[in-house]
Design a protein around this ligand. Structure first.
Ligand SMILES: [Zn+2]
Length: 388
């Protein structure tokens, strides 16, 4: 491949895998089966940088990604996810003494996390999100929303904590984005926290259904650190969270010269990358076999109609024949999965036609789902897809 790495500029990218003809909005649900089947599609042609270990889609076209109103991405209906957000907010407040201060969030969505940070620490919050529709699930007095990109012109004069979660992986040019954030973050003592899905988890746990079109990049810890160092930040610390699924970095804007690049790509990641194309093919085939084929095959239920569920249904052999798709988020019910067209049901609906197998789209929700199944009096074989 002849593409230069968008993080470190290295010119020796290797081909990782190709996912052709996948729905470009795996998070967008449709109002009819026909509309869902006709959902727009695109290609993932994934490259890997052997220097910083970034993974990115060289076929990405931002033109096909105009978000529409069907976008539903709130994870806050899950107790597991809420607990994670609570713990993270508490940790950031404690570690950096964020009390009675100003918290800025880039890509604040409906403001759930920002409101948490403000409520827990008595802080004032400013959320930046051009797609904010004026509807907050967690309205709070000290939180305001700005329907603009965070920039030198729109940034408030002071930010004690600058948070940006699950945004960077959507950005076509992460170096330009971070350079502009660095230009807007004027206080040297600002703590900057960024969090994205981790390449390490995707590769090690064979979480191949996490690869989606809106994610232009999949960052490893070393790629994330390298990006911050190259754009004028000092990396304070970095690590993994949410069962290893997310990688985060804490940094501060600094006038000092960036430190030497830390955390080069590991040989282990290189090995996983080399066999990844085969891994993807194997996952498609083996899950296809477990779904069963033809008449009399056990009825399977896919639990989780988020991006991962949509990618699984679209990529696995025979995924379009899966009968049940359920989700705990009531906003998804009676809507349809892009590409394969299943109608999404509430868990309670399973009582009328119990599935033999429940495929959990994210292993971290397994206990929560088993609990729900028990409370509904359902006995099904529960299997987690992608991850242990
Ligand atoms: Zn690179």
């Amino acid at each position: 491949m002849t593409h230069a790495c968008p993080v470190c500029g290295h010119g020796g990218a290797t081909a990782l895998a190709e996912l052709r003809d996948v729905p470009v909005h795996p998070n967008v649900l449709w109002d009819s089966r026909d509309a869902a089947l006709a959902a727009p599609r695109g290609d993932l042609v994934l490259a890997y940088c052997p220097d910083c270990s970034l993974i990115w889609n060289v076929a990405f076209d931002p033109e096909v990604l105009a978000y529409d109103t069907g976008y539903e991405n709130s994870l806050h209906f899950s107790p597991t996810f809420r607990r994670y957000a609570e713990e993270l907010a508490g940790r950031l407040i404690e570690r950096h003494g964020i009390r009675g201060k100003t918290v800025v969030e880039i890509g604040s969505g409906k403001g759930e996390f920002l409101s948490l940070l403000c409520a827990k620490g008595g802080n004032r919050g400013v959320g930046f999100d051009p797609s904010y529709d004026g509807e907050s699930d967690a309205v709070q007095r000290d939180v305001e929303f700005v329907r603009e990109l965070y920039s030198e012109a729109s940034a408030p004069p002071r930010a004690d904590l600058l948070v940006c979660r699950h945004v960077l992986e959507h950005v076509e040019n992460p170096t330009a984005f971070l350079t502009s954030v660095r230009g807007a973050a004027k206080n040297a003592d600002t703590v900057v926290y960024f969090e994205v899905p981790a390449a390490e988890y995707m590769l090690r746990e064979r979480a191949v259904w996490d690869l989606i079109y809106p994610h232009v990049s999949v960052f490893s810890e070393s790629a994330l650190r390298r990006l911050f160092q190259r754009t004028g930040f000092r990396v304070l610390s970095s690590g993994f969270s949410f069962g290893g699924q997310y990688v985060w970095v804490e940094a501060s804007p600094t006038m000092a010269a960036p430190l030497a690049a830390g955390g080069a790509a590991t040989p282990e990641l290189g090995r996983l990358v080399a066999s990844f194309s085969a891994t993807l093919a194997e996952e498609r085939r083996t899950w296809g076999l477990r779904l069963g084929r033809g008449a009399g095959a056990p009825e399977a239920c896919v639990w989780g109609a988020g991006a991962k569920g949509a990618m699984f249904l679209n990529q696995v052999e025979g995924g379009d024949r899966v009968g049940h798709v359920v989700d705990v988020n009531p906003r998804k019910h009676k809507r349809f999965v892009p590409g394969t067209g299943q109608r999404i049901a509430a868990p309670e609906e399973l009582v009328t036609s119990p599935p033999e197998r429940v495929l959990v789209m994210n292993p971290i929700y397994r206990e929560e789902i088993e609990e729900t199944l028990r409370s509904l009096g359902l006995e099904a074989i529960v299997e987690a897809v992608g991850g242990s």
